[in-house]
Design a protein around this ligand. Structure first.
Ligand code: NAD
Ligand code: MG
Length: 399
């Protein structure tokens, strides 16, 4: 029986993964090693019982007694905390879903790669933070990373029968997020609720806000560079409001292969779950005649400074990706907490990134985990301080 684990099982990607596992026969088909979650331990326990998991882990120590109580009599182990999650990721499994949100997904992802598993990677933050380390670890341990982000799954699928040396460019599509059609000057007044109103995709709250600010696409540009080994100048971003083309690859002969479908994460998740087979999935079929037209536009760089900042982080290499992600996570926390305006998020990331790049300089060395985690922590501290100074400053005024 195939052994599987799902990290971040109670989230948006985790629920879609669970849905596909259950439809494929659940505990009859898969042996579930570990499931992890956060505050929603009732749901975590329910999933663990249904899949007869070996162990269920909450990120929060305070929930452990309640999780134990919920699992009493089931024979399922209960555990809590980041260390327990990392230990569970080191338990042998054939397929591991990495769907924790944020840099918290990095260590579990690395632990899973070290045991040579197939890692279905939704957690883009681990590639932004430590892409070279992730790719090197996979290679060293004979593990495989399968992209789950819809754009990167689309690119992966477009490249399946292709020679990378014949690739000219990768074209990432972006819906433009919830605030795409807002006047530029109104963006400073956007609330969390406004930014959460995504037109096409149903996702967790953090990635949905990142879609509105385009930080999500900025991270995906870095993710594409790491996964496919292309140069930054070979990666383009195009606004495609309908989210039907999930991304494209352009080849040296001028041809473009595009991956299309309805926006439903169960496609890329299911593709990764069934790989190398292509199996039927419960995804709606695209009706092109009903769709009638698709549109495309160049992203407005004044509206989306995140795209420029990702390019600056890629140019700096070294630990700049770790700094970029950490500053972005703090900026997002501050926007959600009401202490920074929507447009101030990119001001904060810009200031944090500039400070780090000046201090540490460019580097091509593959950073080890300790250095990555130290940079993550350093940038979080500095970004919090910067955010405190910025709070109350006029939007766009910088520091
Ligand atoms: P979500 O917020 O819905 O779920 C996150 C999961 O991680 C939950 O199980 C939560 O309990 C857990 N978690 C949160 N903080 C944690 C911590 N500190 N330690 C351990 N566990 C923690 O998020 P999501 O939308 O499912 O996204 C998950 C990842 O997948 C993100 O990296 C996101 O960028 C990526 N992704 C999501 C989608 C999508 O459609 N939702 C699409 C592409 C990529
Ligand atoms: Mg995506």
């Amino acid at each position: 029986m195939r052994r599987i684990s799902v990290f971040g099982a109670t989230g948006s990607v985790g629920e879609s993964t669970f849905d596909l596992i259950r439809r494929a026969g659940g505990a009859q088909t898969y042996h579930t090693v570990a499931l992890t979650g956060g505050h929603n331990i009732a749901r975590l326990a329910e999933m663990a019982r249904e899949l007869r998991a070996e162990i269920a882990i909450t990120a929060h120590e305070a929930h452990l007694p309640d999780l134990r109580a919920l699992l009493a009599g089931s024979g399922i182990e209960a555990a809590a905390g980041a260390e327990a999650i990392a230990e569970a990721a080191a338990r042998p499994a054939d397929w591991v879903m990495s769907a924790i949100v944020g840099a918290a997904g990095l260590v579990p992802g690395l632990c899973a790669l070290r045991q040579g598993t197939t890692l279905a990677l939704a957690n883009k933050e681990s590639l932004v933070t430590a892409g070279p380390l992730m790719m090197q670890t996979a290679e060293l341990h004979g593990a495989r990373i399968l992209p789950v982000d819809s754009e990167h799954s689309a690119i992966f699928q477009s490249l399946m029968a292709e020679d990378m040396t014949r690739v000219d460019r990768i074209i990432l599509t972006a819906s433009g997020g919830a605030l795409r059609d807002w006047p530029l000057e109104a963006l400073q007044n956007a609330t969390v609720k406004d930014a959460l109103n995504h037109p096409n995709w149903s996702m967790g709250p953090r990635i949905t806000i990142d879609s509105a600010s385009m930080f999500n696409k900025a991270m995906e540009v870095i993710e594409a560079r790491e996964l496919f080994g292309v140069r930054p100048d070979q990666i383009e971003v195009i606004i495609h409001p309908e989210s039907i083309i999930h991304s494209m690859v352009g080849f040296c002969d001028g041809g473009i292969i595009a991956h299309m479908g309805v926006p439903d994460m169960r496609h890329p998740i299911g593709f990764a779950l069934n790989w190398p087979e292509r199996a039927p999935l419960p995804v709606a079929r695209l009706d092109l005649a009903k769709l009638a037209r698709m549109s495309f536009a160049e992203p407005d760089m004044a509206r989306y400074p995140a795209l420029r900042l990702a390019r600056e982080a890629m140019a700096a290499r070294g630990l700049a990706g770790a700094a970029f992600n950490a500053a972005k996570e703090i900026a997002l926390d501050c926007f959600i907490g009401g202490t920074l305006g929507f447009a101030q998020m990119s001001d904060l990331v810009e200031a944090s990134l500039a400070a780090v790049c000046t201090e540490f300089g460019p580097s091509d060395a593959v950073s080890g985990l300790d250095d990555v985690l130290a940079m993550d922590e350093l940038t979080r501290g500095r970004s919090r301080d910067l955010a405190a100074k910025m709070a109350g400053n006029p939007v766009g005024a910088g520091l």
